[in-house]
Design a protein around this ligand. Structure first.
Ligand SMILES: Cc1cc2nc3c(=O)[nH]c(=O)nc-3n(C[C@H](O)[C@H](O)[C@H](O)COP(=O)(O)OP(=O)(O)OC[C@H]3O[C@@H](n4cnc5c(N)ncnc54)[C@H](O)[C@@H]3O)c2cc1C
Ligand code: FES
Ligand code: FES
Length: 493
């Protein structure tokens, strides 16, 4: 591997100012730094776990040479992950002028704020939306605000403000639009291909120069904490006070952020965020679209990665079951050694994955469903938005010309200690006609496949019943014998 240069500072742009930090605690969050070190207190702390959106800021990054701004949760975003980015806080919105920004003025005029605690977070989420979609639909507004909670105003006034922003100014004339070219040049200049290393001994953070460099860093320091989007690791720090040092930050790393399709297989690098992955995945596999809209909220989707969702081995992660049903493969890398395994074989037991010391998830490869096959995924939660799965079922079916089942893969989350296939149910369906009678008969096999638990999300009985009924729903929808029963959102008359 070519030797890489090392630098001992994190460089980024904060609003208009270049920042270079040589002392950064491994677990320092952007929110604490903004409020405590920079006195930028417009960004609030509500929950400190990515749920309420009071801490929303924008982070601009270069993606294939293009500058993109995304809303993120500053409370679980580590300072160490910001190298080469542009951080925009609510204080930057007024530019040098005295007038409020169009987003702020709309919030004032439409009474979108009462106590004001949540308001900067809403403003930043709406700002991100307005930049990419100046005339958003109500559905787009709702989606952009999934991750922002308000306890007193009520959302109607905020939605009215969101609809009206463009009548206060043009997104093309916005201060960020005006400085976009200059920021792109400044960010490009920061990208010098170096590894960043800050701190000494155990209390060190490393931002590798690229995927090859990550491999050599982990080779030498296999027990370091890998941090991708930090939508899990952030909470280890803010909620569980865990020591994550030394940490290796891999978000936005060259060689890990590519997504491509070759011969019907989509390969997603482990550093690709949900938002970037879903843009392509939901185009090629449309039935995945509704799931993605219900995975976390915009801020979480802009940070979290599918690689992290797999690597954490959670039994209730949303992407493993559908990817297992689709027959995905996983590439792992240690030093100069690669191996590719079936994704389902990665999950061994609760908290135990097939990952060797010093190895990392490099990419996941997802076959696009073949023509004529049927695929569906259903997520069951207590509330529609920003909620963790109680039960999630994914189904992939191939029928013969005579209507019998040639191949079926059924995978669940929330039903066992790992994401898991329903092998007995599948076996009971193979070769049988795809009829309600066959499905009803196969449902008896769920007890052999799963012994679900009771927890705060659902009882064991509920999970067992829901899992069976999801198969029935898949049958009804895929066979066209009953009307689809998906309720995606409530539309006011
Ligand atoms: C508010 C909120 C809502 C959420 N909602 C959902 C939801 O609806 N559905 C859902 O499934 N999840 C949800 N999550 C959980 C979270 O988004 C996912 O688990 C996420 O995919 C983790 O990815 P990450 O990139 O943030 O990983 P990180 O937090 O950076 O890392 C997670 C784990 O994976 C390891 N890791 C990361 N990348 C690699 C790699 N390349 N190789 C080896 N190990 C690696 C880390 O060391 C760590 O152990 C939510 C989280 C929050 C905060
Ligand atoms: S403080 Fe609630 S999401 Fe960050
Ligand atoms: S205005 Fe008070 S929490 Fe939203």
């Amino acid at each position: 591997m070519a030797k890489v240069r090392t630098r001992n500072e994190i460089r980024f742009i904060l609003n208009g100012e270049d920042v270079a930090l040589t002392t950064v605690a491994v677990d320092a969050t952007l929110l604490d730094w903004l409020r405590l070190n920079r006195s930028l207190r417009g960004t609030k702390e509500g929950c400190a776990e990515g749920d309420c959106g009071a801490c929303t800021v924008l982070v601009g990054r270069l993606s294939a040479g293009r500058l993109v701004y995304e809303s993120v949760n500053a409370c679980i975003r580590f300072l160490g992950s910001l190298d080469g980015t542009h951080v925009v806080t609510v204080e930057h919105l007024r530019g040098d002028g005295e007038k409020l920004h169009p987003v702020q003025q709309a919030m004032v005029d439409f009474h979108g704020s009462q106590c004001g605690f949540c308001t900067p977070g809403f403003v930043m989420s709406l700002y991100a939306l307005w930049m990419r979609s100046p005339e958003p639909s109500d559905a787009a507004i709702e989606k952009a605000l999934q991750g922002n909670l308000c306890r007193c105003t009520g959302y109607e006034a905020i939605v009215r403000a969101a609809r009206a922003i463009s009548s206060y100014g043009k997104a093309a004339k916005d201060p960020l639009a005006a400085e976009r070219k200059a920021i792109t040049i400044r960010l490009s200049a920061m990208k010098d291909g170096s590894r960043v290393e800050i701190g000494v001994g155990k209390q060190r953070l490393v931002v590798p120069a690229n995927a090859d460099d990550l491999a050599s860093v982990l080779d030498k320091e296999p027990s370091a904490t890998i941090v991708a989007g930090s939508t899990d690791v952030g909470l280890w720090v803010t909620k569980h006070m865990r020591d994550i040092a030394p940490a290796v930050f891999i978000g936005n790393l060259d060689g890990l952020c590519t997504i491509s399709e070759d011969k019907g297989v989509i390969s997603i690098g482990a550093g690709v965020t949900y938002s970037d992955a879903f843009a392509l995945l939901s185009k090629r596999i449309p039935t995945l679209g509704p799931l993605f809209d219900r995975l976390g909220a915009e801020q979480v989707r802009n940070m979290g990665t599918i690689g992290g969702n797999i690597a954490n081995g959670s039994p209730i992660g949303d992407t493993p079951p559908p990817l297992i049903a689709l027959g995905a493969q996983l590439t792992l890398r240690r030093g100069k050694k690669w191996r590719t395994i079936a994704l389902e074989d990665f999950f061994i037991a609760y908290g135990k994955q097939d990952r060797l010391s010093g190895e990392f998830v490099e990419a996941v490869h997802v076959p696009v469903p073949a023509k004529g096959t049927k695929f569906a995924v259903y997520k069951i939660t207590k509330r529609r938005d920003e909620d963790i799965t109680a039960v999630l079922g994914a189904f992939y079916l191939t029928l013969a010309r005579d209507g019998s089942v040639v191949d079926i893969r059924i995978a669940y989350g929330g039903m066992a200690a790992t994401p898991k296939r329903a092998f007995r149910v599948e076996k009971a369906l193979l070769g049988k006609p795809w009829t309600e009678a066959s499905v009803e008969a196969a449902m008896a096999e769920y007890v052999s496949d799963f012994t679900p638990l009771t927890d705060m999300r659902a009882s064991a009985e509920y999970r067992a019943l829901a899992a069976r009924n999801l198969l029935l729903r898949f049958f009804a929808e895929s066979s066209g014998t009953k009307a689809p029963i998906q309720v995606t959102r409530y539309e006011a008359a």
